[in-house]
Every structure is written in C-alpha cells, then in structure tokens.
Design a protein around this ligand. Structure first.
Ligand SMILES: C[S@@+](CC[C@H](N)C(=O)[O-])C[C@H]1O[C@@H](n2cnc3c(N)ncnc32)[C@H](O)[C@@H]1O
Length: 316
C-alpha cells in the first residue's frame, strides 16, 4: 500500500484507543504543560472580538481535542476574564474517535459545561465560527517522496521507494517538494471546512518544517525513534507517528481554495501577542500562587517548545 494509506491506518488505530497526551502518554504538547496556553488562547479570542475581527455570536470549534483539556482551559479562562461573552458563544468539538468522544463528554459533564461533540465536519453547519487546533495537521496523512520516487509499505512493514505517477510528480513540482513529506489531506479538509461554514477564522499551532528533508518520526514513552531504522512491527499503531508541518505547502493550498492568510509567526512570538505579559501581571497582583505557576508554565511554553512551533491564522 502507499505510505499515506499506511500512515492513515496507523494514526486511526493509534488515536482510536484514546491514548492520553502528556506524562502518561507518548508525547507532550503545550496543553500538557498546564492551563496557561488555553488562557492565552482565550485572551486572544477576546482581543479579536474587541478589535472587531470576530463578531458575536460565534461558534467556538476545536478539532483534534484529544481528551478535551484545551477546551476546558479555554472556557474556564473566559469565565475568569470576561464571563459575559459566554452567553454569546456555543462550543463544539469535532472528534472522529468514539472513545475520545466519551472521555470528552465525561469531562464536560463533570464541569457541567455544554460542549457539543460531533463525529465529523460533514454533519455541521456553522454561521460564524472560530476554530482552533493544536498539533492537528502533523497527523494528516502524507506520502514520503524522494526525488521522483514515493514510499510504499509491504506486508512485512518494510518501506520501499518506487517511481511515482504523473499526478504526484506534478504536485511535487508545484509545491517544490522533492525529498520530504507531502501531505495529501489539505485539499479535502479545506473543502469540508468550506462546506461546513459560512464564515470562519481558524487558528492553529504545529511543529514546523524548516528544511527540505524527512522529519517523519515515532514517539514512544517520550523517546523519539527513526522510522527508517526501526522494525515498524514494534511500533505500528502502538506509538505516535508524526512529521513537521510544511506551512508553505499548506498556505499555498489555502490560497488556492480561496482562504485569506491573516498571520503566520513563530509560536513563542505569538504567545506574547496573545497577552502573555498582561496575563502574568494580572495574576501577580491577585493570585500569587497562580502567578508562580504561570511563570513556570511560560518558561516551558517559550523554551520547551521554542521557535520550532509555528502559528497560522486564516479566514474565509
Ligand atoms: C497530536 S494529537 C493533539 C492533541 C491535542 N490537540 C493537544 O494539543 O494535546 C492529534 C489529535 O488530532 C486528532 N485528529 C487527527 N486527524 C483528525 C481529523 N481529520 N479530524 C479530527 N481530529 C483529528 C487525533 O485523533 C488526535 O486526537
């Protein structure tokens, strides 16, 4: 089978088991650092409203929420920062995996929060949506391309490169990809997004590709493994598989599909734009314990995740 089919089967099986992200899982994300990331995202959401870049009422939609912690942090932050806005938002999660949907539902029931959870964008109709996603696009299926060949996976899970067809060759030329991952899901995802929404703003964060080489790798209990060196039978569907997102490719497809790119920046720079300083100052004057905790979290967000991650905002 093609590598993209293999990748899709792998991530579907892996995430359908409802693996936890963080200390007890295979990898950390900014969400596992604590609630500060969600507080900053909520603060940015309020800034967009104040600057009239986002109008109320609005549907807030998370994709790739895993256990639902970021949505909880986001809503709780709105309660603290500006509770009056809560009456004008409706919260949604798009979650294809049943076990994860159940975990998310349990969490929101526990906090008595009304978050609607849908299987797919296909069953949604939003009038004016604010989407956010953290580390979603790094698990979209990709081909591995090397010069004019692409990867296939045989029955023993060995990777073999064979000449690619004309269509893929054209795609590689168009997006200037000749020795790395080529995501094949952007177009269909953006079509679904367009079908589901009249108007939208989408903000996302992901580990970004820096150079034209393979970044595909596996994470197991916080250790990184090389896909080309390991026996994949030991890892298939049991560990996370991921790669650095090619934002140049993604932005090119966004433009082709009629979306407008609003902002593209390093994640740690954007967290400052989101109001990191003002949030920490507020905590210092009111809650010394939270202040200490936020300082610890901000160091982790700024230096642990550093400038390897990028932020992208686009709208329709
Ligand atoms: C790397 S995890 C990120 C988890 C979480 N956002 C965080 O930051 O901790 C990726 C998540 O995206 C989900 N996912 C992947 N493709 C998706 C799609 N097309 N629609 C919805 N969720 C998807 C996976 O099931 C998984 O929960």
């Amino acid at each position: 089978m093609t590598f993209s089919e293999f990748f899709k089967n792998w991530t579907d099986k892996y995430y359908s088991q409802a693996v936890s992200v963080g200390k007890n899982g295979d990898f950390y994300t900014v969400v596992s650092v604590g609630n500060l990331f969600g507080v900053l995202l909520a603060n940015y959401f309020l800034k967009l409203i104040d600057d009239k870049k986002l109008t109320l009422p609005v549907e807030v939609v998370e994709i790739g929420a895993n256990e639902g912690h970021l949505m909880l942090d986001f809503i709780q932050a709105l309660y603290t920062l500006r509770a009056d806005v809560l009456g004008q938002i409706e919260c949604y999660i798009i979650e294809p995996h049943e076990k994860l949907r159940n975990i998310q539902k349990k969490l929101f029931d526990e906090y008595e929060l009304d978050v609607k959870i849908h299987n797919s964008l296909k069953e949604c109709h939003f009038k004016n949506a604010f989407f956010y996603a953290n580390e979603l696009f790094d698990c979209f299926a990709c081909e591995l391309v090397k010069n004019k060949t692409m990867a296939y996976v045989d029955n023993d899970l060995n990777i073999v490169f064979k000449p690619m067809g004309e269509d893929l060759l054209k795609e590689c030329e168009k997006y200037n990809i000749y020795n790395s991952e080529l995501c094949i899901e952007y177009k269909s995802f953006l079509d679904e997004l367009k079908q589901a929404c009249k108007k939208l703003t989408f903000v996302c964060f992901d580990y970004a590709k820096k150079e034209e080489k393979f970044s595909i790798r596996m994470f197991k209990k916080h250790q990184v493994f090389d896909l080309f060196k390991e026996n994949l039978k030991d890892f298939y569907a049991k560990s996370d598989i991921t790669y650095n997102v090619n934002f140049e490719h993604f932005m090119q497809v966004l433009k082709e599909k009629g979306f407008e790119i609003v902002k593209h920046k390093n994640q740690n720079q954007v967290l400052i734009d989101f109001g990191l300083e003002e949030i920490i100052k507020q905590a210092k004057s009111t809650h010394p314990q939270i202040y200490k905790n936020f300082i610890k979290q901000s160091k982790n967000l700024m230096f642990g995740f550093g400038d390897k991650f990028k932020f992208l905002e686009f709208k329709l």
